[in-house]
Design a protein around this ligand. Sequence first.
Ligand SMILES: [Zn+2]
Length: 83
Amino acid sequence: MAKCEACGNDYDKAFQVIMKGNTYTFDSFECAIHVLAPHCDNCGIHIVGHGLAFNREVKLAAAACRASGGHKSAPSVSLRRAA
Ligand SMILES: [Zn+2]
């Protein structure tokens, strides 16, 4: 059994994530996201999908950032679809 680094749960189905050369052990994706996922510099929400980087700040995608409220300065971004 292995102990989750986020919550301390000792779990036989724990898994490891290697990130930037460091190995972490978790019992769930939720705990892995809590510890490893970047967070929006506007609101602190963990970014699970693709974030956007502006001047070294990581932000939620513009629509998600505005939808979560409190994001008056959310970046305006237009995306193009691949042809
Ligand atoms: Zn956990």
